[in-house]
Design a protein around this ligand. Structure first.
Ligand code: PEP
Length: 259
């Protein structure tokens, strides 16, 4: 049995328009022929582009799908003169359960600092969204051997001000940047090393009981073929999947990692 209910999350990034997104979700539901069983054991979440969310909401509610969904980012602000940004308030009204915060592509391409990430975590909580905080080191840091220190510092700084009473809402995704979209998946023991270190840091910050409840995901070039070994690690509670989540069959096989 799992200590924590596994979460398999598909980050569509800037792929799948609102028609393609609906088709993908319908295929996913059909492909998971034992869907009810899979969905009970494993929580399945997808992260479509903002423009797909309304369509996904309608499909999920109308066809009673078991998948949950979230957004790939949110604004730290509620409303106002922030052209192009999307508020957590809008996302929760669209039925989002989760929101990704601090994905490496946001940190790199949009210069998001840990401070900005911390303010987005606060905005997520304010609007009843469960944040999936993404952290992880780049190639240079990995090669220097400082990956644990680097990632834990990112964790601490991103969680600055994060309230203890909301730790049960938090999900942390360890996503080494060198593994994202590169085809180079981290070994299960590398994923476990960092997941355990992250949990250790959460123990230091919030205590054992709270830390034991937090799901720690691994992300970076996960495919169906690598899912089972990663999920067999004690502190790896789920997977954040980019490229492989765009193929319904491949993603369904990741969800069914036990089979
Ligand atoms: C991601 O975007 O979070 C990710 C892990 O991407 P990929 O699976 O394509 O490496």
């Amino acid at each position: 049995e799992f200590l924590r209910r596994p979460l398999i999350a598909g980050n569509w990034k800037m792929n799948m328009d609102h028609v393609q997104g609906i088709t993908l979700l319908q295929k996913l539901e059909w492909t998971l022929d034992d869907a009810k069983h899979s969905f009970q054991r494993v929580e399945v979440a997808v992260f479509p582009p903002f423009t797909d969310l309304r369509g996904v909401q309608t499909l999920v509610a109308g066809d009673d799908l078991d998948v949950v969904y979230g957004a790939q980012d949110l604004s730290p602000f509620d409303s106002g003169a922030y052209t192009g940004d999307i508020s957590g308030q809008f996302l929760s009204r669209l039925g989002c359960t989760y929101v990704l915060v601090g994905h490496s592509e946001r940190r790199t391409l949009h210069d998001e600092s840990n401070e900005v990430v911390a303010s987005k975590l606060a905005a997520a909580l304010k609007h009843s969204l469960q944040p999936i905080l993404c952290i992880g080191e780049g190639l240079e840091v990995r090669q220097s051997g400082d990956h644990v220190n680097f990632t834990l510092q990112q964790l601490r700084e991103s969680l600055a001000g994060y309230p203890a009473e909301s730790v049960d809402k938090l999900v942390v995704a360890y996503e080494p940047v060198w593994a994202i979209g590169t085809g180079e998946v981290a070994g299960p023991e590398d994923a476990q090393e960092m997941a355990a270190a992250i949990r250790g840091e959460l123990v230091a910050l919030y205590g054992v009981e709270a830390a034991e409840g937090v799901r720690v995901l691994y992300g970076g070039s996960v495919k169906a073929a690598s899912a089972a070994a990663l999920m067999s690690e004690k502190d790896v509670d789920g997977l954040l999947v980019g490229g492989a989540s765009l193929d319904a069959g491949e993603f369904a096989n990741i969800v069914r990692f036990e089979q």
